[in-house]
Design a protein around this ligand. Structure first.
Ligand code: 5GP
Length: 115
């Protein structure tokens, strides 16, 4: 856990977020630099640096985050058209913020590029 981490600061309330969902386990808020009309970040409150830092016992956390992304896609009105869930991991995976998060992106046809 680090006060330098922007998501830690959003979770702690020090930095405001445009929240679309919160519970005791996770928060979801709009990305500050959206790449589509819907671009939401789903973030566990517990500090987990990346997918690579998940420990045994945390498998279901990721399942619940993905299930919540599904619900948010419905709420955003993009579920039937389709959307993309992205989890960047580590420097070569394009992860910039060192706190695990899932991107929910949709509202336009996304390109086919996977990197
Ligand atoms: P990553 O590249 O680590 O997978 O994604 C980090 C995401 O966090 C980026 O899409 C970036 O726009 C977003 N982001 C970075 N700083 C902030 C912030 O202060 N507020 C919000 N809402 N999003 C942020």
């Amino acid at each position: 856990m680090s006060a330098d981490c922007i998501f830690f600061r959003i979770i702690s309330g020090e930095v405001p977020g445009d929240f679309v969902y919160t519970d005791e386990e996770m928060i979801a808020f709009r990305d500050i630099n959206p790449v589509a009309s819907t671009h939401i970040l789903l973030v566990p409150r517990e500090h987990i640096a990346s997918v690579q830092d998940l420990r045994p016992g945390q498998e279901n956390l990721m399942g619940r985050i993905i299930f919540r992304a599904r619900e948010l896609a419905e709420q955003e009105g993009i579920a039937s058209r389709g959307y993309r869930l992205v989890v960047n991991c580590g420097p070569e995976g394009g992860q910039v913020v060192p706190h695990l998060h899932v991107h929910l992106i949709g509202g336009r046809r996304l390109n086919d590029k996977m990197g």
